[in-house]
Design a protein around this ligand. Structure first.
Ligand SMILES: [Zn+2]
Length: 196
């Protein structure tokens, strides 16, 4: 069995090394998390990027809310969490898988401080920027030994993955009272890509 979240971390490390526009990203400080999307789900979730910090200027930010700290298996504090959904990610073509990972990495804010990009999740021209980053990556000697795995047919029994809880607010109780924390939790982003 292959740890697919670890494999995706290795690919993201390779992407960040080969694409200059990702030089602000430390891919070892992203928690890669396995997730499962039910067959009868309304959306076929493929991947989601979650920031471990409220969006600047948002209500949560104004209230001084901090998100729970996540530690990666190598004991680093994660600034982001990337959830990759089984089985839909594995049903994508080779090109779509690369597109998905670069798309998610492009959501990361330029300061790499746990916030997502400020100019909206999918601004006009977002996909054009992603396409150009894909060209940069594939044209800059990517690690094909890693990428070859993306061409294989994967069944559920072939893979396992690390899992993390969605980062939630840690100091909400101090600000809004004990009761609030049980009713609401902070999530930066719930769905960033659906298969159309
Ligand atoms: Zn997106």
């Amino acid at each position: 069995m292959i740890n697919y979240t670890q494999h995706i971390e290795r690919v993201c490390i390779d992407i960040c090394q080969k694409v200059p526009q990702f030089k602000h990203i430390d891919p070892t400080r992203i928690a890669y998390s396995a997730a499962y999307s039910r067959k009868n789900a309304r959306f076929r979730r493929i991947a989601v990027m979650v920031g471990c910090k409220p969006k600047p200027g948002s209500l949560a930010d104004q209230l001084g809310i901090k998100a729970q700290r996540l530690k990666t298996p190598s004991k680093k504090i994660a600034s982001y969490m990337m959830r990759i959904y089984f089985p839909w990610f594995f049903k994508e073509s080779f090109e779509q898988k690369i597109d998905t990972l670069i798309h998610e990495l492009w959501h990361i804010g330029v300061k790499f401080d746990g916030a997502l990009r400020e100019n909206g999740s999918h601004y006009d021209g977002f996909q054009d920027d992603v396409d150009s980053l894909i060209d940069d990556y594939l044209g800059n000697a990517p690690n094909w030994d890693l990428l070859d795995w993306f061409d294989k047919k994967i069944d559920r029994d072939d893979v396992w993955g690390w899992r993390y809880p969605i980062p939630k607010a840690t100091n909400l109780d101090k600000i809004l009272g004990e009761e609030y924390i049980h009713r609401k939790r902070y999530v930066e982003c719930s769905l960033v890509k659906i298969n159309l």
